[in-house]
Write a protein that binds this ligand. Structure first.
Ligand code: BMA
Length: 348
C-alpha cells in the first residue's frame, strides 16, 4: 500500500508538474489508510441504507393538491410514540411547499394535503416567496422550524414555532441574504441559544456559528468549519441535521460538495463540536460517511445528491436514523450505530 501510494504520487507529480498539490492530496489518503483501526471501520459500511429506500417519493403523494413533482430534503422528529415531519414538496407548478407528515414507525408517512407556512402578509410575500429545506429542532416543549426563504433579494432563513404541528407562530427571517442551511442547537449552552449556518462567500460557503439571547436576534458570528482543499468537501459545505448531544461532543452531520467538471456531488460528513464551547471542532472525519451510489441518489432532478435535514438518535439501542434527500427527487433513510459514527468521526 505504501509503495503504491508513493509511486502514484511521484508519477502524478512528474506528469502534472504541480507536485505540491498532489503531494498534499496523497499525504491525506496515505494518512487515512495507514492505521489498522481506521482500516477496520473504513472497510465495512457502518452506515446502512434502509432496504426499502426511497421511503417517500412523488408517486406516493398522488392526488395531493398542486400535484407532486418531487418530495425530498425533509425533516423528521419524534413526537410522543410516533414521528412528525415537515416535508419539502415541489409541486408541478414549480412551487416549493412545506407539508406536515405523520408516521407511527418513522418509515411509512402520511403527508397532509394542506401547505403550511405559505406567505400571507405583504412582508412574507416579499421575503419568503419560495420556502424549502426545513430543519426542526425541539427546544423545551416547542418545535422550531428553520427553512430557506428565497426572494428577489436572495436567500434568507425563516423561523417558525409550533407545539402541535397545526398552529405555527412565525418570526420572519433571522438571517440576512445570502444564507442557508441554518440549524438550531436543541438547548441553550451557558444561557445562550446557538445556531450553525452557511453564509455564501462568492461561490464558496463555510459553516458559521452564531449566538442569541432569544432565537431572533443573533450575533458573534464565528467561522468554525471551512471547506478543505483536495478533500471530498472542497466545495461549499453546510450544516445538515441539528447537532445531537453526546458524551463526546455535539454530533454534527453536514453536507459537503465535490465540484467536478460536470457539476457537484453532494455527500455527507461528520464532526464533533465541544459541548461547552461549540465553536471548537474537536474532531472532523476526513472521509465522507455517505456518497451517492444508488440509482435513486444518482438519477433525479439534480443527480448525485445526498442532502441531510435531520437525524434522530435512539440512545437506548445505540442507533441513529439519518433522513436525507436523494437527487432532489425523493426522501431516504440510512441507519448506523451512534458509537460507530463517533469512532469514525474520531479516527477516519
Ligand atoms: C442546494 C440546495 C438544496 C439542493 C441542492 C442540490 O444548494 O438548494 O435544496 O438539494 O442544492 O440541488
Amino acid at each position: 500500500m505504501k509503495a503504491n501510494r508513493l509511486e502514484n504520487r511521484n508519477c502524478w507529480g512528474i506528469l502534472s508538474g504541480i507536485e505540491i498539490g498532489f503531494f498534499n492530496m496523497y499525504d491525506t489518503s496515505y494518512d487515512i489508510v495507514s492505521n489498522s483501526n481506521k482500516e477496520r471501520i473504513m472497510d465495512y459500511d457502518f452506515l446502512k441504507r434502509y432496504e426499502g429506500n426511497p421511503i417517500v417519493s412523488a408517486d406516493k403523494l398522488k392526488g395531493i393538491p398542486g400535484g407532486c413533482n418531487s418530495v425530498f430534503n425533509s425533516s423528521v422528529v419524534r413526537v410522543g410514540n410516533g414521528f412528525k415531519g415537515i416535508f419539502r414538496v415541489e409541486e408541478r407548478s414549480g412551487l416549493q411547499s412545506l407539508r406536515v407528515a405523520e408516521s407511527e414507525d418513522g418509515i411509512n408517512f402520511r403527508v397532509l394535503p394542506d401547505r403550511i407556512l405559505q406567505p400571507e402578509t405583504e412582508e412574507q410575500k416579499i421575503y419568503e416567496e419560495a420556502i424549502y429545506d426545513p430543519r426542526i429542532s425541539k427546544i423545551d416543549d416547542s418545535y422550531f422550524v428553520c427553512f430557506a426563504a428565497e426572494s428577489k433579494y436572495g436567500c434568507q432563513v425563516g423561523l417558525a414555532e409550533t407545539k402541535d404541528f397545526k398552529k405555527f407562530k412565525r418570526y420572519g427571517c433571522i438571517a440576512e441574504t445570502e444564507n442557508r442551511n441554518l440549524v438550531l442547537f436543541p438547548e441553550k449552552i451557558n444561557g445562550k441559544y446557538y445556531r450553525l449556518d452557511r453564509p455564501f462567500q462568492g461561490r464558496n460557503g463555510n459553516i458559521w456559528l452564531n449566538e442569541s439571547p432569544d432565537l431572533v436576534h443573533w450575533g458573534m458570528p464565528r467561522c468554525i468549519m471551512e471547506s478543505r482543499n483536495f478533500y471530498w468537501d472542497r466545495g461549499k459545505i453546510g450544516a445538515g441535521a441539528p447537532p445531537i448531544r453526546t458524551d463526546e461532543g455535539w454530533l454534527t452531520i453536514y453536507h459537503g460538495t465535490t465540484p467536478l467538471c460536470n457539476g457537484l456531488i453532494y455527500r455527507l460528513g461528520v464532526a464533533l463540536l465541544d459541548l461547552e464551547k461549540p465553536w471548537i471542532v474537536k474532531h472532523r472525519a476526513k472521509a465522507y460517511i455517505l456518497s451517492p451510489s444508488e440509482y435513486y441518489e444518482r438519477v433525479g432532478d439534480c443527480p448525485n445528491v445526498c442532502f441531510v435535514n435531520s437525524a434522530i438518535p435512539f440512545f437506548d439501542k445505540n442507533e441513529l436514523w439519518i433522513y436525507y434527500g436523494a437527487a432532489d427527487q425523493c426522501l431516504c433513510l440510512a441507519k448506523c450505530k451512534i458509537s460507530e459514527l463517533i469512532e469514525f468521526c474520531k479516527t477516519c
